[in-house]
Design a protein around this ligand. Structure first.
Ligand code: FA5
Length: 342
């Protein structure tokens, strides 16, 4: 009889893997179930073996009951997580790639914001203050204070969106220069001005209608282009975690004089040429220059006494370079799986 029990144990192991809790219950523990019958047969067992047999049979029944309970509770758990939430913003309704609910509820930071934190941290260590730009501004901060008088043709370089009340969605973070000069003056003034910008763009892999810029200004006595090159180079080397060669190309901004395009050697191919730098070995990264005397005057500072530099870099393009993203629009098109994989 003990041998019969051993055979049943083997079949039972196979059944546990294949049958549901209900099917196991039916096959083994129902009125006509396999174990129920064995219990009925105990009376026919030889007296000397009856005790051991009974103990083994009870053990088997107990184990089986526990297995059935566990199977049923697993099924209930599965049922509770597969229930559909039609208002869920992403794939909580899928059984694949599911994050713990606690994370979904708390949200997580966007890669652009993570990189912004890293950049702000670098500048804070260099002694800069931080002031976020506005997402709705006026003509004075967008143009007048930056040496674009009314009717100046360079206004057309910054085609953005206006409200009926004549407020503007800023096309660049330079809108904050005047506020920063007034708020953090008298010099030395070292301020980082990050914020969201908007342009009336036909979008492509490197142009968005909505993007982030990080503006910086540094004003004091006897500040030169040399200080500008050193500050921006140091920041980019810390951020991209590599040594860089730099060069300056002529550019034009009404609010700086001289104005340049800051160009870096490609951090990926070391000037050999690759897809990131379009095989040129160099990347044009940002506009910058010495702050125009009229901008200092509008900010309440004497241009005879003070000089300074400013720059404005696009965060989206910088992050795309650092993280190897071939189209900046992917950063904002809401594909949660793409953002998670970054
Ligand atoms: C400006 O916006 C100037 N305000 C920068 C500046 C500041 C110059 C201070 C001098 C002194 P520009 O239009 O080149 O310049 O834009 C600066 C950076 O913003 C670009 O290098 C690019 O990285 C980013 N950028 C501009 N337009 C877009 C866009 N449509 N999509 C994504 N990034 C953009």
């Amino acid at each position: 009889m003990i041998t019969t029990l051993d055979n049943i144990k083997n079949t039972l192991i196979e059944d546990i893997n294949q049958l549901t809790g209900g099917q196991l219950k039916q096959k083994y523990l129902s009125k006509d179930g396999v174990l129920t019958k064995l219990f009925k047969d105990i009376k026919d067992i030889e007296a000397s073996q009856r005790k051991e047999y009974g103990e083994q049979l009870n053990g088997l029944k107990k184990d089986l009951e526990e297995t059935i309970l566990q199977k049923e509770s697993n099924i209930n758990n599965e049922k509770s997580t597969v229930s559909i939430d039609p208002s869920a913003p992403f794939d909580v309704n899928s059984s694949k790639d599911k994050r713990p609910h606690i994370i979904d509820l708390k949200g997580s930071s966007h890669p652009l914001m993570e990189e912004l934190e890293i950049i702000l941290d670098i500048f804070q260590r260099m002694g800069f203050d931080i002031l976020e730009s506005r997402q709705l501004d006026d003509d004075f901060h967008m143009f007048e204070s930056l040496n674009f008088p009314k009717g100046h043709p360079a206004r057309d370089m910054y085609d953005t969106f206006w409200t009926d009340e004549n407020f503007v969605l800023p096309a660049h973070t330079s809108t904050m220069q005047n506020r920063a000069l007034r708020r953090f003056g008298p010099p030395p003034i070292r301020v980082i001005l990050p914020g969201r910008c908007f342009r009336n763009e036909a979008t492509d892999a490197s142009h968005e209608h909505t993007f982030y810029q990080i503006e910086g200004i540094y004003v004091d006595e006897a500040i030169s282009m040399g200080n500008m090159q050193a500050t921006i180079k140091e920041y980019l080397e810390q951020y991209l975690e590599t040594d860089l060669e730099i060069k300056m190309q002529p550019a034009y901004f009404p609010f700086t004089e001289p104005d340049v395009e800051f160009v870096i050697s490609c951090p990926f191919c070391n000037k050999k040429g690759c897809s990131t730098c379009a095989n040129s070995g160099w990347i044009e990264l940002m506009g910058c220059g010495m702050i125009h005397p009229n901008v200092l005057l509008a900010g309440g500072l004497d241009p005879q006494k003070y000089s300074g530099f400013a720059w404005g870099v696009g965060l989206d393009r910088l992050v795309a370079i650092k993280r190897g993203i071939n189209d900046i629009r992917k950063l904002r098109d809401g594909d949660i799986n793409f953002l998670r994989a970054l």
